[in-house]
Design a protein around this ligand. Structure first.
Ligand SMILES: Cc1ncc(COP(=O)(O)O)c(C=O)c1O
Length: 365
């Protein structure tokens, strides 16, 4: 870029590192001349979407020339009913990613502080940068959020705290006691975003569901997605639940047609097919067992995960081992950008996809 334009770019935008997406399966196949490639890099649902979703989208195809419903009435109504909240407490986004960023823009700007955990989901520090706020990273405890330390990090400049339960990429999950002590200690004017992107997969018995706290804590915002257990990652649809007041501000900032018609139709159908969600969760549970056994047999350490992925410790050679996995046709997620240089993240796939990873494991080590 010419230096003339570089001067015009906002300083906080100049310092953002561009997101590097994983290679598409087809490109890797072509590059390496492989016939069989397994992508376990993006925490997607290996079952794809439910048949009911596909059928609903087929019917909706005839509407392709029309704008979507800008208010997302049917989807928001379905979500309000599903979660037993008022319609005006639901906002929808082009993936929960968009909403996580919108909340940052609603509440924080230059001079403000946004708190998140070390190894917390990448969108939180990026949002702090985008809005020009100061990102405050709080050291993790055993790879998970140290909620007590995060509460202590609140100052008079703090506007927003992002917590993910479970967290990506670590899969760590905090329990009810820790959460309640945290949320009770946060000043009521400081917003807390509880990102529950992976909640459907959680087995932990003392998992605190954010919904149980929404009525008592008006500074609480819940973030959910259809990209994981519901299998709609390509359509980009997520939602937030918050007080009606907060939701009205998120809606003011939202582009009028931010969630396309097919995403809305598919999400309603997906929400009504909880059997598919249960099937996906069970597949994940079995797949995680299969993967953990293989990792333990290979003598590898990993971070215990409540999500649909596992962060595996490969040591100093992790980057090289990632290349060897690619040669074997297995795409994993390097997490060096999180400071986890010794780890690679592997998503849980179908039984056969997991087996491809396991077969490759013995060859790459
Ligand atoms: C913790 C967490 N939150 C939010 C998201 C965003 O998901 P989406 O934008 O697909 O809803 C992800 C995606 O991987 C995630 O891991």
């Amino acid at each position: 870029m010419s230096s003339l334009f570089q001067q015009q770019i906002q300083p906080q935008i100049q310092s953002i590192k561009p997101y590097v997406p994983g290679k598409p399966v087809s490109e890797l196949q072509r590059e390496l001349g492989l016939s069989h490639v397994t992508k376990l890099a993006s925490n997607e649902n290996p079952l794809g979407a439910s048949e009911k979703v596909l059928a609903a989208m087929e019917i909706a195809l005839k509407d392709i020339g029309r704008y979507p419903d800008g208010n997302g009435f049917y989807l928001r109504s379905a979500l309000a009913e599903f979660n037993q909240v008022a319609l005006n407490q639901v906002s929808i986004g082009n993936g929960s990613n968009e909403l996580l960023e919108l909340v940052g823009r609603v509440f924080a700007g230059p001079g403000d502080e946004i708190i998140y955990s070390q190894y917390g989901f990448a969108v939180y520090p990026i949002t702090a940068q985008i809005v020009g706020a100061t990102g405050i990273e709080v050291a993790a405890s055993n790879y998970g959020h140290d909620l007590a330390a995060m509460a202590k990090a609140v100052t008079e400049r703090t506007k927003l705290i992002y917590v993910a339960n479970p967290n990506n990429p670590t899969g760590t999950c905090f329990g009810r006691d820790e959460w309640e002590a945290f949320i009770q200690s946060i000043p009521p004017h400081v917003m807390v975003v509880l990102d529950e992107a992976y909640l459907e997969y959680v087995d932990q018995v003392d998992y605190p569901s954010g919904l149980d706290y929404l009525a008592d804590y008006p500074n609480l915002i819940l973030s959910r997605t259809f990209s994981k257990a519901y299998g709609l990652a390509s359509l980009r649809v997520g939602y937030m639940l918050a007080s009606e007041e907060i939701t009205s501000y998120i809606n003011r900032l939202r582009a009028p047609f931010n969630v396309n018609h097919y995403a809305q139709v598919a999400a309603v159908a997906a929400l009504h097919d909880q059997q598919f969600v249960q099937q996906s969760v069970e597949l994940n549970r079995q797949g995680k067992k299969q993967m953990i056994k293989a990792l333990e047999d290979a003598g590898l350490d990993y971070i215990p995960s409540q999500g649909n992925f596992i962060c595996v410790k490969f040591g100093l050679d992790a980057a090289e081992i990632n290349q060897r996995f690619l040669q074997q046709g297995v795409i994993l997620r390097p997490v060096a950008n999180y400071g986890l240089t010794a780890f690679l993240r592997v998503s849980i796939g179908t039984h056969q996809e997991n087996q491809h990873f396991i077969d490759a494991l013995s060859k790459v080590l």
